[in-house]
Design a protein around this ligand. Structure first.
Ligand code: FES
Ligand code: FES
Length: 162
């Protein structure tokens, strides 16, 4: 006989809009974003915290959303790749990734870009070595690393993210 686990009420602010959800308390932030909120930009790669494909910003700081429970985001603000553009204008990092051809299949790209947004805010993009070190949690199976570093460096040299 399996016991039913009661749902919990969770209010997630996602890209500036509050979502009142009722969720199984075991649901991860990644699954809540994809299945309950309907935003599929954050990708499920390993589902174990090892690849970075699910990276989003929580209150402005990067987190791997597959390792967080949605309930931990209650009352907090999440930014996903869908929320980065403003008024139809792509974020400077999105533009730089396109300009530098910093993706192939694109599966890792939303995580890479959100991690890079955080990296710039943290002031950790002073050199290619630093960028590589602090982006090391975001894997790219297509091996687009040199282009990813070039895109981030360009935005960092231009004064960073908005
Ligand atoms: S899917 Fe979350 S780190 Fe890989
Ligand atoms: S572009 Fe394919 S995994 Fe990074």
């Amino acid at each position: 006989m399996s016991a039913t686990i009661p749902e919990v009420a969770v209010t997630l602010g996602v890209n500036g809009v509050d979502h009142q959800l009722r969720l199984d308390p075991r649901v991860t932030l990644l699954d809540a974003l994809r299945d309950a909120v309907g935003l599929t930009g954050a990708k499920k790669g390993c589902d174990q915290g090892a690849c970075g494909a699910c990276t989003v910003l929580l209150d402005g700081k990067r987190v791997v959303s597959c390792l967080m429970l949605a309930a931990q985001g209650d009352g907090r603000q999440v930014t996903t790749i869908e929320g980065l553009s403003q008024g139809g204008d792509l974020h400077p990092l999105q533009e730089a990734f396109i300009r530098h051809d910093a993706f192939q299949c694109g599966y890792c790209t939303s995580g890479q870009i959100l991690s890079a947004v955080s990296l710039l805010a943290e002031g950790r993009a002073g050199s290619d070595e630093e960028i590589r070190e602090f982006m090391s949690g975001n894997l790219c199976r297509c091996g687009a690393y040199p282009n990813i570093v070039a895109a981030i460096r360009e935005v960092a040299e231009a004064g960073g993210s908005r």
